[in-house]
Write a protein that binds this ligand. Structure first.
Ligand code: ADQ
Length: 499
């Protein structure tokens, strides 16, 4: 792997663990997401550290547990402690009420509160101090996501020299939307202080390049392909596209396991003679859940033959529940499910099964495996891992993926998924019907191609390409395997891309 030998210091808003109070006091559990799965071996082999907030206020008890967890995981977990004010203004405020909605094109949901900005900078400073303590000049500091765009700049202001990379997990908006941000210049300039800036898709990178070219005089960007070169304030940096993925083999193997097979069988037995349509999302307004329910209702109206023949299983994972907007979204979803079920339920058939909770891995994989159709229709998404997990677990190849044009995953899967505009309920209802009537052969052929694509570009490929882009001296040889996707102009490939 590139840059081999270099110790990696990963930095993210949250540490990849959860702290819960169990019967015997506080317990720490290691996170199970793809990022942890992929980074853990790299950190372990090179003696790495992960820096982040615990999502919890500090106690001596936790510090002791963290030391033990660090021994168990094989790399050091180093906490950044945040005050309540910092959590409210940097995390709930600037991160979740400014950058999150703006970057998902929902600028009317933004609250551009000046106080948030001050806290954002202060917390980025705090993270920079932690990085200074836990790294040396030899290490590579890999920063994750929109909470920490200023970290490289803060390191420089402290006079700390480090090689740094930044990956944005969420989309980057167009110039027109980005211009609303009162701190637009500062954010762009801070991002240019990293040595490598990575985006999920060519779409996001194109938007970033356009914003830099319009708003940062003196920054020059050149090249084409997966990784571009830029010059800013007399130094060089790289700007690349790295679509994140999943541990494909881990999902496929576990989906075939005995516990998952048995659970899938029981769950489907409870829904005999029906095609299961699956939606799995975190509770978030970017995921398009109300729009999806409306589209499902429209499908039942327009295609009466679907009645009693399909069941929508909508799983919603509780998230940010203390925030008013999320409470309102939950109430809206509850209301819509009640309305649609009230309208269409008949003896022995309830059209929507609604689960508002986190599922354990066996249950989640069982749903992925048994569902004949997956409805992944975010209004905008950096990538969306649910659709990739669904394909990986679809070991019988019987599933159809209905996918939003605005998910980052569209660039990779648009040829074989049924692509929809999530705002267009007629379009989505047609796709539901098309998926329902699709024959076995076509399903198999589409699904096997999606699976092959995700298997090739899995999470380990993603870590490798990011590190290769950070360390490789020859970018010309960098594999150009990233496709662009613009709805209705589906053939634009990276070779035609002009920054
Ligand atoms: P998220 O917005 O969280 O991630 P997504 O990529 O879909 O969105 O990941 C959600 C994860 O939660 C999946 O791994 C899924 O398995 C898990 N999950 C969902 N429902 C669950 C349930 N009921 N029980 C248990 N687990 C559940 C952000 C960006 C995305 C980007 C990722 C990674 O918003 O666009 O793909 O980061 O970069």
């Amino acid at each position: 792997m590139s840059g081999s030998g270099k110790k990696i210091v990963a930095v993210s808003n949250r540490l990849p663990i959860t702290v819960k109070r169990g019967d015997s006091g506080l317990e720490i559990k290691s996170g199970a997401g793809g990022l942890v799965t992929a980074l853990a071996p790299v950190l372990r082999n090179r003696g790495g550290t992960w820096i982040g907030w615990l999502g919890h206020s500090g106690t001596l008890e936790i510090e002791g547990l963290l030391e033990k967890a660090s021994i168990d995981t094989g790399y050091e977990l180093y906490p950044v402690w945040l005050t309540e004010d910092e959590v409210n203004n940097y995390y709930h405020g600037f991160s979740n009420e400014v950058l999150w909605p703006l970057y998902h094109d929902l600028q009317t949901r933004c609250r551009f509160e000046p106080r948030y900005w001050d806290f954002y900078l202060a917390v980025n400073k705090k993270f920079a101090a932690a990085v200074e303590t836990k790294s040396t000049e030899e290490d590579f500091v890999w920063v994750h996501d929109y909470h920490l765009t200023h970290l490289a700049r803060e390191l420089k202001e402290r006079g700390v020299s480090r090689k740094t990379g930044f990956f944005l997990h969420i989309p980057f908006p167009t110039l027109d939307i980005f211009l609303r941000l009162p701190w637009r210049r500062q954010i762009l300039e801070a991002m240019l202080e990293y040595d490598l800036v990575g985006f999920q898709t060519l779409r996001d990178r194109r938007h970033f390049v356009q914003c830099v070219q319009s708003l940062v005089p003196g920054a020059r960007i050149r090249g084409r392909g997966q990784v571009l070169k830029a010059t800013y304030r007399g130094r060089e940096l790289r700007i690349g596209t790295f679509p994140i993925s999943i541990d494909y083999r881990g999902f496929a193997t576990d989906a075939a396991s005995e516990p998952v097979s048995t659970t899938a069988w029981y769950l489907h037995e409870a829904l005999p003679e029906r095609q299961v349509i699956l939606g799995v999302d975190r509770l978030d307004y970017t995921k398009g859940i109300p729009e999806r329910l409306w589209a499902f209702e429209t499908a039942l109206e327009r295609y009466p033959e679907l009645k009693e023949k399909v069941t929508l299983v909508q799983v919603v994972v509780p998230s940010r529940e203390d925030v008013e907007e999320y409470k309102a979204l939950k109430a809206e979803i509850d209301g819509l499910v009640g309305k649609i079920n009230g309208r269409f339920t008949s003896s022995g058939w309830v059209p929507i099964h609604y689960l508002y909770r986190s599922l354990d891995r066996t249950e989640l994989l069982a749903y992925y495996r048994l569902a004949e159709i997956a409805l992944v229709t975010p209004l905008k998404d950096g990538m969306n891992l649910v659709c990739k997990e669904y394909c990986a677990c679809n070991i019988e190849g019987k599933g159809v993926l209905v996918l939003s044009e605005f998910a980052g995953a569209a660039a990779q899967l648009h040829r074989w998924a049924l692509m929809v505009n999530p705002y267009d309920v007629i379009n989505v209802s047609d796709a539901i019907h098309k998926a329902f009537t699709m024959g076995r052969k076509e399903r198999r052929s589409r699904m096997s191609r999606m699976r092959a694509n995700i298997r090739r570009q899995d999470i380990f490929w993603w870590v490798n390409s990011f590190l290769q882009a950070a360390f490789s001296s020859k970018l010309d040889a960098f594999p150009q395997v990233i496709e662009d996707y613009i709805p209705d102009q589906q053939k634009i490939l990276v070779r035609k891309f002009h920054p």
